[in-house]
Design a binder for this molecule. Structure first.
Ligand code: ADP
Ligand code: MG
Length: 451
């Protein structure tokens, strides 16, 4: 079959599997450039699309291609630069291109324990900012349930809480294979409890959870304000605690700073071992980069590592993301990266979101996302295709830039700002029940902050 026809066929099927917005965003201007011996090369307009196709849609694309033509064995993606020949590359491994704004599904999570084996103590770099948390965590694995119980670790985003929690679980599983270990992100935990209340089977959920020897709940701050969930959790907590079962918790802040956390839970959390993870100093940041460089078995020049370490200071995930960008770039070009290029690559990460998200850009990206002309979004029409994007744009101007309602109103030629307030509230309400909209806005934000 001709390449164009083949791709048309694929696209027509993909359209059924994903939302229109996603389809527009990621599949616009893609095509098959060659097909040889079962290897298909797809060209994409930019590296951002490339990452998304590789990480989010590769399986789907391959499946559809194979259904159409069973000789097809592999698909590669390449950015088409105008005037230049398309460069075809091996798709980098998933973890190599995991960039900080995008969170991809981890592949090898253990179904029973929910633990990801990639997080261990061996690949956790220790410095003064995290040594207390590290030492306590390691202590727990020697004598689960008896040493520090509960263990409560807190600290900012991307500083290693999840890594440490999962390392505890993995180590205990390795040392005591018979022990029942379960890692639960708190949003999943909350959903489980809510469902069980709805289906009137809280007792069986409780019975199930009480069998666990080591219960690890990540990001417990999300329990804030969830009274019913807190109540169930309190009973579960006491039950496990009395039986000397290990409880491990993390949060982005200490118990006393979690709003509307029941007093009795707060005092339970504070009754055990608490450890915080602070910010890594320059030396540790450089050590982390060097460690990860070795782990990935690739060499990046020392001056570049130093440049990254001195510019990314508050988040280890971003540090890793920056390194990954360098690695991918170096692989793509198959020659060592120089500092100037590295600086350019880092630009996106270095500027704070607030600096990059200017109103004009938000409007432009929202229009593009919904496939509208920029001028249309300012039209005072009531057409559905325009109303929703306009509301989304207003919402983002407010939410991301803290623009006043009246100044947003002026931008959209509205005489008074009640329309803007209405739009803002409408989107907030919608977000609570419409997961598709949540996804769309997430994607739009990623575009805003990555260009
Ligand atoms: P948090 O849960 O605090 O937001 P994570 O545990 O998800 O942060 O860490 C973010 C990323 O940084 C992960 O990929 C993790 O492996 C890595 N990371 C965090 N702390 C360390 C460390 N001390 N040594 C090595 N990698 C780390
Ligand atoms: Mg985490």
């Amino acid at each position: 079959m001709e390449n164009d026809k083949l791709w048309q066929l694929v696209l027509s099927q993909i359209q059924f599997c994903i939302s229109k917005a996603n389809f527009e965003t990621w599949f616009k201007n893609t095509k098959i450039v060659s097909e040889k011996d079962g290897a298909v090369s797809v060209s994409v307009p930019n590296s951002f699309s490339k990452e998304w196709l590789e990480n989010k849609y590769h399986k789907l694309i391959l499946k559809i291609l194979r259904n159409t033509d069973e000789r097809i064995k592999e698909v590669k993606y390449a950015v088409e630069t105008p005037g230049r020949k398309v460069q075809i590359l091996e798709p980098p491994k998933l973890e190599e291109i995991k960039s900080p704004q995008l969170r991809f599904e981890e592949l090898e999570v253990d179904k029973k324990t929910n633990l990801n084996p990639r997080y261990t103590f061996d690949n956790f770099v220790v410095g003064s900012f995290n040594e207390l948390a590290y030492a306590a965590a390691l202590g727990i694995t020697k004598n689960p349930g008896l040493t520090y119980n509960p263990f409560f670790v807190y600290g900012g985003v991307g500083l290693g809480k999840t890594h440490l929690l999962e390392a505890i679980g993995n180590k205990i599983k390795e040392k005591f294979p018979k022990k029942g270990v379960e890692y639960i992100p708190s949003n999943k935990f909350i959903a489980q409890i809510i469902n069980s209340i709805k289906n009137r089977n809280t007792e069986s959920l409780k019975a199930e959870l009480q069998k666990i020897d080591v219960l690890i709940i990540d990001d417990i701050q999300f329990l804030a304000g969830k009274e019913k969930t807190q109540e169930e959790f309190f009973y579960l907590f006491n039950n496990l605690y009395e039986k000397n079962k290990q409880i491990v918790l993390s949060s982005d802040r200490p118990p006393k700073a979690i709003p509307s956390l029941e007093e009795r839970l707060r005092s339970r959390f504070e009754g055990g071992m608490m450890a915080d993870i602070g910010l890594p100093d320059y030396e540790t940041r450089l050590a982390i980069l060097k460690f990860k460089e070795q782990e990935k078995n690739i060499q990046i020049s020392e001056e570049i590592l130093k440049y990254i370490a001195s510019n990314i200071t508050r988040n280890i995930r971003e540090l890793e993301g920056a390194l990954n960008q360098m690695i991918v770039y170096q692989k793509i070009n198959s020659k060592p990266l120089n500092l100037d290029t590295a600086k350019k690559l880092l630009k996106n990460l270095l500027f704070s979101p607030f600096k990059i998200a200017i109103p004009k850009k938000i409007v432009k990206i929202v229009s593009e996302f919904y496939d509208l002309q920029e001028k249309d979004i300012f039209n005072k029409t009531r057409k559905r295709e325009v109303v929703k994007p306009r509301q989304v744009a207003m919402y983002l101007l407010r939410e991301e830039l803290k623009n006043s309602f009246s100044s947003i109103g002026r931008k959209f030629n509205q005489k008074d700002h009640t329309t803007v307030i209405y739009a803002y509230n409408k989107i907030i309400t919608e977000l609570k029940k419409n997961s598709k909209l949540v996804e769309e806005i997430e994607l739009i934000k990623q575009r805003i902050y990555s260009e």
